[in-house]
Ligand binder design. Structure first.
Ligand code: ADP
Ligand code: MG
Length: 463
């Protein structure tokens, strides 16, 4: 392939990757950026560089060997798939750690090292406030609890544990707590941290022998907002660290807020540890927004862009994009862009055009269709999948179907259990985690899953 051939021909300074290699890796990163969650990409992949490229192998440079291990465990499958797409064959991927000086420079310059909280500024996103958080049935309780915590941190519900599906406003809400608390008491030390970043900070502290600084930074906080703690599932060591910090903060009257994609009892080890503390806390959930709320969100977002969204247009979009507020926003952004680019007014007709691709897929995918598709791909029948039989192949096909329903339809674990003859939500959770793990560890499995998944999202799985 041209990319690699050129690499062997081009004269270059020793130890400097040639242009083709750099370009290939840049393209690969562009592809990976959309396939991997943002936090993961920014933390682990954005800091990589290419070292060398040959016809059959690519060598990547990473800050240290820990990155190499982590990337190998979690992202190697995706990296190899993307490279295969770009160069048309398999490349073996290896890693080289930068030397210590480089690594330090890199950390200073590019890696996402969170700043220690200074006068409470933390890493809060100022645009996520209560003022622009639309309240409806599905989030009323969560929002009230969040306000109360922002107004009296440490005094009411501690910890506050907010859980709910993807794109329903958890991150928005915790930032709103931080922003509001600071507007009332600017001297507060507030810190927002996604659980994955917390983990990375911890690893760095261990590497640099600065564990004590790390601990004292956290222990000095008045309000700790820890996002996406489902990241802690299966990471007991990390849970322990979180638990210790949490304990110290709690004892000194500081407030902690957690967000998660599932209730605490579905992270059993964490729950056990937090159990006595959760007694003094509050667990609230955020559900999918109803139609009225979806319309209100669209209108509010349009107004913030100084556009007036006609009611029939808002109704049209809101009745079609249902499960996820992030997608709702995305649809509106596309509509506003199309309207301004083509100089056409905001109308139902334009909305229809904007959502054409999206809607071609969305309504056609049903749980039954996914089960059919998974059954076909694994050579079993849909009735087998819904049954209680448990051969190895059948169990895997069933787990894959559960995973894909969760991913494509965003149903709750309980709802998914119902699609499978009333299986328990913990069975579904176990299935989703297992498939996710296999996807990372087992490339042939990942490829099969991708093929099935893209068939489903193109609507080919309609039964
Ligand atoms: P999560 O963290 O639950 O995945 P986010 O907080 O990132 O979801 O929300 C996704 C997007 O939807 C964000 O841009 C957020 O501002 C917006 N959003 C979510 N809930 C609301 C709401 N109730 N009102 C207005 N915007 C919302
Ligand atoms: Mg979030």
């Amino acid at each position: 392939m041209a990319v690699a051939d050129r690499n062997t021909r081009t004269a270059r300074r020793p130890d400097e990757p040639d242009l083709a290699a750099v370009r290939l890796w840049k393209d690969a990163l562009d592809h990976l950026r959309v396939r991997i969650n943002r936090e993961g990409f920014d933390t682990w992949l954005a800091v990589t560089d290419v070292r060398s490229l040959s016809a059959s192998a690519i060598e990547l440079e990473v800050p240290n060997s820990f990155f190499a291990d982590w990337i190998t465990q979690h992202y190697l499958g995706e990296i190899r798939a993307v490279l295969r797409e770009l160069v048309g064959r398999d490349l073996s991927v290896s890693f080289r750690a930068r030397d210590a000086a480089d690594a330090r420079a890199l950390r200073r310059g590019r890696a996402a090292v969170p700043n220690p909280p200074r006068n409470g500024t933390g890493r809060l996103r100022t645009r996520y406030t209560f003022d622009c958080f639309v309240v409806g049935e599905s989030n009323r309780f969560a929002c009230a609890a969040a306000r109360s915590v922002a107004e009296h941190p440490g005094a009411t519900y501690n910890p506050l544990f907010i859980y709910g599906g993807v794109g329903l406003g958890k991150t928005h809400l915790v930032h709103a707590i931080g922003n509001h608390a600071l507007s009332l008491r600017p001297e507060l030390r507030v810190y927002y941290v996604p659980a994955e970043t917390f983990f990375l900070e911890l690893i760095r502290a261990i590497e640099k022998n600065t564990r004590l600084d790390f601990k004292s930074k956290y222990r000095a906080l008045d309000l700790l907002l820890m996002d996406d703690v489902h990241y802690l599932v299966g990471k007991e060591r990390l849970q322990e660290e979180v638990f210790h910090i949490f304990n110290t903060l709690h004892d000194s009257g500081s407030q902690i807020v957690f967000t998660c994609d599932r209730p605490p009892k579905e992270i059993p080890t964490l729950e056990e540890r937090l159990a006595s503390r959760l007694g003094s806390g509050l667990v609230v959930d955020i559900g999918p927004p109803d139609l009225e709320m979806r319309i209100a969100i669209l209108k509010q977002k349009a107004a913030r862009e100084e556009q007036e969204l006609p009611h029939d247009v808002a109704l049209y979009i809101a009745s079609r994009v249902k499960s996820n507020i992030r997608e709702l926003e995305g649809s509106l952004v596309r509509l506003l862009a199309l309207s301004s680019l083509t100089d056409r007014p905001l109308s139902v007709e334009l909305a229809e055009e904007t959502l054409k691709d999206l809607l071609a897929q969305v309504p056609s995918v049903t749980p039954d269709a996914v089960i059919e598709a998974a059954a076909k791909s694994w050579g079993v029948t849909a009735a087998d999948i819904r049954s209680n039989r448990r051969t190895q192949q059948l169990a895997l096909a069933r787990q894959v179907a559960m995973y894909l329903i969760r991913k494509n339809l965003g149903l709750s674990l309980k709802e998914i259990g119902l699609c499978f003859g009333g299986k328990d939500h913990t069975t579904v959770m176990h299935a989703v985690d297992k498939v996710e793990r296999l996807r990372i560890e087992d490339e042939p499995f990942a490829a099969r899953l991708r093929k099935l998944d893209s068939g489903i999202s193109r609507g080919q799985a309609v039964s």
